[in-house]
Write a protein of this length. Structure first.
Length: 167
């Protein structure tokens, strides 16, 4: 997302800025960044004094988050499935899941799990947006070669046919 050659870099940057603004002052808060990948959100939150825990299904992403956080506050980073989190009920005041929900094989189960680890009355911030359907022109491999599939994706504002019910 931060690569200067990425045509959607500005969208990702704005999404990060919006999430940070919505979260506001986080010092001392226990925050879970579910599906947080390489720590784009976790690292700034850790630097702001949050007690941040980053989980991602990908060990490579967790490793990249640790590398990026070197020299500063490091979020606790664990490889974990967002539908089976290794935390007690009510472990976090805030749970954030940016660009995660549509990737879950069972979204309602994932949402229930995120809610389970949230304290009663806590904040849950979920984002599952794709504000630019033209992403398909930059990543045609995701769409494939079928003209029908291209038409379906563009007709659904850039959402792949298998994801229409989720996004």
């Amino acid at each position: 997302p931060e690569d200067r050659a990425n045509p959607f870099r500005a969208i990702y940057r704005r999404k990060l800025e919006d999430a940070l603004a919505m979260l506001g002052r986080v010092e001392g808060q226990r925050i879970l960044d579910a599906g947080g990948g390489m720590g784009r959100l976790s690292i700034p939150l850790a630097r702001s004094g949050a007690k941040i825990t980053l989980v991602d299904l990908s060990a490579a992403m967790i490793q990249e988050a640790r590398r990026r956080a070197a020299g500063g506050p490091v979020p606790l980073a664990l490889v974990s499935d967002a539908t089976r989190l290794p935390f007690a009920d009510g472990s976090f005041e805030t749970v954030v899941a940016l660009d995660l929900y549509c990737h879950l094989p069972d979204p309602p189960k994932g949402l229930a799990e995120l809610k389970r680890v949230l304290v009663p009355g806590g904040r849950l911030l979920i984002d599952s947006t794709n504000s630019n359907p033209l992403w398909v022109l930059f990543y045609p491999g995701y769409v494939g070669r079928s003209p029908r599939r291209w038409n379906a994706v563009l007709s659904n504002q850039g959402v792949l046919p298998g994801w229409v019910g989720r996004v």
